[in-house]
Design a protein around this ligand. Structure first.
Ligand SMILES: *[C@@H]1O[C@H](CO)[C@@H](O)[C@H](O)[C@H]1NC(C)=O
Ligand SMILES: *[C@@H]1O[C@H](CO)[C@@H](O)[C@H](O)[C@H]1NC(C)=O
Ligand SMILES: *[C@@H]1O[C@H](CO)[C@@H](O)[C@H](O)[C@H]1NC(C)=O
Ligand SMILES: *[C@@H]1O[C@H](CO)[C@@H](O)[C@H](O)[C@H]1NC(C)=O
Ligand SMILES: *[C@@H]1O[C@H](CO)[C@@H](O)[C@H](O)[C@H]1NC(C)=O
Ligand SMILES: *[C@@H]1O[C@H](CO)[C@@H](O)[C@H](O)[C@H]1NC(C)=O
Ligand SMILES: *[C@@H]1O[C@H](CO)[C@@H](O)[C@H](O)[C@H]1NC(C)=O
Length: 419
């Protein structure tokens, strides 16, 4: 039962002092917590980013050889100038959502499109849609996670649609879960929206504002993916930013604690607790299933954000136009802590897979280093539906422009699965 001080600080800095001054004033606390809940709900529903530059990075995590790609670690490298630019444009691809279509939304600079990822020990070939589709005949892919995975799948579809346009088979009413098929190749690609991966009761109105905290069931997986999981051949899965939100944690149906607790009845356990528990459960599900037809699981790591001069809700911006140099920025403390949890849980799971001779069925897509060096690749102010109450444009320094640096994540996927 730890009470981590920084738990409050990533989002509530402006209100923290008032919370502390009036600790006896329950009404104020309730109002403030409801306000915070509302804000945190808008966070990803409205595709606002979260972020903070609180503490200097502490751990040396970037240089670690954390994938299993033999001699060359595809995720360990640098961004190099790439004059030829992206493989598709907003005119040739129709799968770019408006909020991530930076060119359509008036982004004037183009420099961010002219960088290529160069692993230290090898070259990363560009995504070859013909090769990929031929290799993926009759296969079933799933992307399982939150809006950043939805961001990634736009790039994935754009890269593939140069060779074949998929047709949509399904979408949920809110378009968060979808399914496409490349019919000539009988390749099906599903997007399953499950921001916590575990079962979560989320209460909110149409604007994403809620007056009750999320109830997270840390002992049971979200069946929207866990139930159908064995039918897939390839699964890209990631957790993330939603764990930073207000939530009440439940196990075996009883409350075990919370994050931003509504009152002192419960223990403040923090997002590290819930994220670790969740990943343990996710990886247990993956490693328990060691039959003949298990999917290849590609676990994608934490996505750092790049807000400067504030947070997403109080004027934070990201207007850089070039990547960071090596070592110039390693992510916020929260980013690093969450990634460490992922790496530790992944490595545990990898050992289990190795011991059953299935280590090729679990792969790490460690996009952290690729992402942390690209403050210039975010949507920033070039998106839609994102003014605050005063009509001021809020920046999104969490999601990525499409096309943009997120394309390299899919180049790596292709290299990983076709090797
Ligand atoms: C980032 O990490 C590298 C490698 O550990 C280190 O050399 C560098 O000083 C760090 N950068 C910052 C800004 O802390
Ligand atoms: C990472 O891999 C490189 C090249 O294979 C090797 O020289 C280096 O020692 C490795 N670093 C760590 C920390 O394992
Ligand atoms: C594509 O981007 C250009 C700017 O480069 C913009 O003028 C145009 O409206 C965009 N078109 C679409 C369909 O997104
Ligand atoms: C398409 O692929 C699925 C497996 O993903 C397979 O069951 C089905 O028979 C295939 N259809 C055709 C027409 O080959
Ligand atoms: C869950 O609750 C049931 C009924 O209260 C109890 O029998 C069971 O042992 C509990 N399981 C765990 C894992 O705590
Ligand atoms: C605090 O938690 C208790 C126990 O669930 C609940 O009965 C009470 O209404 C809560 N108070 C506030 C102010 O949220
Ligand atoms: C980014 O915004 C800051 C603050 O408005 C401004 O001072 C700076 O010049 C901007 N940088 C670029 C590259 O536009």
């Amino acid at each position: 039962m730890t009470n981590k001080k920084r738990d409050m600080s990533w989002i509530s800095q402006p209100w923290r002092s008032s919370l502390h001054r009036k600790t006896n004033h329950i009404l104020v606390k309730v109002i403030v917590s409801i306000f915070l809940i509302g804000i945190s709900y808008r966070l990803l529903f409205s595709r606002y980013g979260s972020g903070e530059k609180l503490l200097a990075p502490t751990t040396e995590i970037l240089g670690r050889n954390s994938t299993d790609e033999g001699k060359c670690n595809l995720c360990n490298g640098v961004w190099m100038p790439n004059p030829s630019g992206p493989a598709y444009t907003n005119l040739t691809c129709r799968f770019i959502e408006d909020h991530q279509n930076c060119l359509m939304n008036g982004r004037p600079d183009r420099g961010y499109l002219h960088w290529g990822w160069k692993p230290y020990q090898c070259d990363l070939p560009p995504f070859d849609p013909y090769l990929f589709l031929d290799a993926m005949q009759n296969k079933n892919w799933a992307f399982i996670g939150d809006s950043i995975l939805r961001n990634q799948i736009q790039s994935f579809l754009c890269l593939l649609s140069k060779a074949e346009e998929p047709v949509e088979l399904y979408h949920s009413s809110d378009f968060k879960s979808r399914q496409w098929q490349f019919q000539k190749h009988n390749l099906t690609v599903s997007l399953i929206w499950t921001p916590f991966l575990v079962r979560a009761d989320i209460f909110e109105d149409e604007n994403g504002v809620s007056d009750a905290p999320i109830q997270l069931h840390l002992d049971s997986l979200d069946q929207s993916w866990a139930g159908t999981y064995p039918k897939f051949d390839y699964v890209v899965i990631s957790g993330g930013q939603w764990f930073l939100k207000h939530a009440v944690y439940r196990e075996n149906n009883s409350i075990v604690g919370c994050h931003y607790c509504p009152n002192k009845t419960y223990a403040e356990l923090g997002y590290e607790f819930s994220y670790r528990k969740t990943l343990e459960l996710v990886f247990r599900h993956i490693t328990n299933l060691v039959g003949k037809d298990i999917p290849v699981v590609i676990f994608r790591t934490w996505t750092p954000s790049h807000f400067e001069n504030g947070q997403w809700f109080d004027g934070g911006i990201c207007n850089r136009t070039a990547p960071y140099k090596e070592g110039e920025f390693n992510g916020s403390n929260v980013d690093q802590v969450m990634r460490e949890i992922e790496l530790r849980e992944f490595e545990k799971a990898k050992k289990v897979m190795e011991s059953s001779g299935k280590s090729n069925f679990l792969k790490l897509l460690d996009t952290y280093q690729l992402a942390v060096m690209r403050p210039d690749g975010h949507v920033g102010s070039y998106r839609r539906f994102h003014k605050d109450k005063k009509g001021k444009v809020q920046y999104d320094c969490l999601h990525w422009c499409v096309p943009g640096p997120i394309d390299a994540w899919n180049d790596i996927i292709m290299e990983m699965v076709l090797k």
